[in-house]
Design a protein. Structure first.
Length: 149
């Protein structure tokens, strides 16, 4: 489905939605996350990584300071957080040049800071804070990566 919108009413529900996404991913695929602080990007990523089978949701923590976490159980997943990156960067300046030579799932928080050239299929997910426990999640999937759903 090229694009759709879902609303979650708890962090658990966001993890569950992430899991459903993760179960459908076949690497290589790039997932670009956007949305304000606390919108739920890391929470959704916990679900995506666990759904893909690369780690448990508890093992997935925010790579705020290290920029990149790698999970590698069966499927290889890179979780990148560009929050602390000032300017527009590309994956090469982040030392991630190998990422696109591997068959991996790459998930990027604050992806608007990324200058990107890739022929990988891309899924764009935008999260919005609606109220304390409510989030609107907009999924743009032009390549049909999630077409099974
Ligand atoms: N429906 C919901 N979906 C996701 N998170 C929710 C929801 N309701 C409440 N929350 C809470 O909102 C917070 C989301 O934090 P999270 O770290 O996932 O956001 P983030 O977008 O990654 O932020 P940052 O930009 O700081 O990395 C968590 O504390 C979570 O418990
Ligand atoms: Mg985060």
């Amino acid at each position: 489905m090229p694009s759709r919108e879902i609303v979650t009413r708890s962090w658990e529900e966001t993890i569950q939605r992430g899991r459903e996404i993760g179960e459908q991913l076949k690497p290589p695929v790039l997932i670009l996350l956007s949305g304000d602080l606390g919108a739920g990007k890391t929470t959704l990523t916990k679900g995506i990584v666990s759904g893909a089978g690369a780690a448990t949701e508890e093992e997935v923590t925010s790579p705020t300071f290290t920029l990149v976490h790698k999970y590698d159980r069966g499927v290889r997943v890179y979780h990148v957080d560009l929050y602390r990156i000032g300017d527009l960067h590309d994956l090469e300046t982040l030392g991630l040049e190998d990422v696109f030579t591997e068959r991996a799932v790459v998930i990027v928080e604050w992806s608007e800071k990324l200058a990107l050239r890739t022929d990988w299929p891309v899924v764009r997910i935008h999260l919005e804070h609606v109220s304390e426990d409510v989030r609107r999640i907009s999924i743009d999937d032009p390549a049909g990566v999630l077409s099974a759903s």
